[in-house]
Design a protein around this ligand. Structure first.
Ligand code: IMP
Ligand code: MG
Length: 421
């Protein structure tokens, strides 16, 4: 099939109704969404990122090589699947250009929504300065300027991609953004940024051919096949439903536009938990055991290189994430190496004295919860790993769609995900 998201070529396949799918993280991020999307995009015509930006780090392995994606959706690495960066994302044109060139991606296979927001170069400095001001409530952001970009958007002093790539519109908009930026940076004690109009013009010229109408591209993609919406981060980093204020700045929940469309919502998780950045983490493991899991699982931030904090799988947190995201199916990346090395599989099955019917503890309550732990039997073979995955799916009352069995492309089992008997 040859088509691009920038223009609708004739429909090559018989018209069938494909159900959209949304991939969301059910933990604190780094559940293995990148690998899942890479596997799934084999049967999709478009992969759409709908929130976040360069803070994401999605790792996929194929052809014996590691590929890390930040802003580009994972499906871009499949020849029959196009990539869309939709409205709702925050786009840093400079790092996007490096990423696209680094991947050797043909620009006609990527569409950037004219309604997405631009992350300007000075937002990184703001990100760092605001972290210092948060003192004990510092979030441990990725420093990519994501928070400030969404603050500027909400304050109506951001710039959209569509305006940015239109030279006249950009100049007009900068007249407003320049003084607003000076006030903001001045209040933080930062020097006024040098806004280099030529440099912005160069970036705009590079970005311009990629820009288009994301909704039109999604509609076209649906006629060819299935559209996959790729979430970034996990529910616990969602500003509405997560451990606020230790969250990112854009909702990680499925996009509102899909509600009622019958889309499947596929929640991704792994049999332990990793956290990059600050905030309460009820099942955090003791350092020695965490170190074993971190080493075996190569648990280092794909964007920041920071060591991830590691802990045990947390069923109350997962059940809450299923409820909050509306997950309809479960995908488990069964990274078992570290657990096998430790020789045990601790599982948090509840919080002492906490009735899950009350919802999930808020951040200020979460520090005081005491996980109720059980040791589940460790699997001894592949059938055992599948059995463990089914046991986790049962505890969440979700059909199991997929089990990841290794890091490389193809290391997985599709388990159907039909309705449970
Ligand atoms: P921000 O999105 O850079 O503002 O960071 C907000 C929080 O989300 C911080 O705790 C980050 O460590 C975390 N975070 C952001 N992106 C990722 C990711 O791709 N994986 C894991 N954690 C992330
Ligand atoms: Mg990541």
């Amino acid at each position: 099939m040859h088509w691009t998201p920038h223009g609708c070529l004739p429909i090559m396949r018989p018209r069938v109704i494909f159900v959209d799918e949304v991939v969301v993280g059910l933990q604190w991020g780094d559940e293995g969404k990148g690998k899942f999307v890479d596997e799934r995009s084999d049967v999709c015509t478009a992969v759409v990122r709908f929130q976040g930006g360069g803070n994401a780090g999605h790792t996929v392995w194929f052809g014996g090589e590691k590929h890390v994606l930040h802003q580009v959706p994972c499906g871009a690495l499949r020849p029959d699947c196009v990539a869309v960066i939709a409205a709702g994302c925050a786009v840093d044109p400079e790092t996007l250009r490096d990423e696209v060139l680094g991947l050797g991606l043909s620009p006609d296979r990527l569409l950037v929504s004219s309604r997405a927001q631009i992350v300007t170069p000075w937002f990184r400095a703001v990100d760092g300065a605001e972290e210092l001001l948060r003192g004990p409530f510092a979030v441990g952001t990725t420093g990519q300027g994501i928070g400030p970009a969404y603050v500027a958007k909400a304050a109506r002093v951001g710039i959209t991609v569509g305006e940015f790539v239109d030279d006249l519109a950009r100049s007009a908009r900068m007249e407003v953004i320049r003084p607003a930026t000076r006030r903001w940076l001045g209040a933080l004690g930062l020097p006024s940024p040098r806004i280099d109009a030529d440099h912005l013009g160069e970036l705009a010229a590079w970005l311009r051919p990629l820009v288009g109408d994301d909704l039109a591209a999604i509609r076209a993609a649906r006629k060819h096949g299935r559209v996959l919406f790729e979430g970034q981060l996990g529910l616990m980093r969602d500003p509405d439903r997560g451990c606020y204020p230790y969250t990112t700045s854009a909702s990680v929940l499925p996009p509102a536009a899909l509600v009622g469309s019958g889309a499947r919502v596929i929640g991704v998780a792994k049999p332990y938990v990793t956290v990059v950045g600050a905030g309460q983490f009820p099942t955090e493991a003791p350092p020695a055991e965490a170190a074993v899991l971190a080493r075996a699982g190569d648990e280092f931030g794909a964007t920041t290189g920071r060591a991830r904090r590691v802990g045990w799988v947390d069923l109350p947190a997962l059940r809450y994430a299923v409820a909050a995201t509306g997950a309809t199916h479960l995908a488990l990346q069964m990274k078992m190496g570290g657990l096998m090395e430790l020789g045990r599989m601790p599982v948090c099955v509840g919080y002492q004295g906490w009735d899950e019917g009350r919802g999930f503890p808020q951040t200020h309550e979460l520090g005081g919860v005491r996980p109720v732990m059980e040791d589940w039997p460790l699997p001894t073979d592949a059938a055992g790993v599948l059995g463990l995955a089914r046991r986790i799916a049962d505890a969440l009352d979700l059909p199991l769609l997929y089990v990841g069995t290794g890091r490389s492309r193809g290391d997985c089992l599709w388990t159907g995900g039909g309705p449970r008997p």
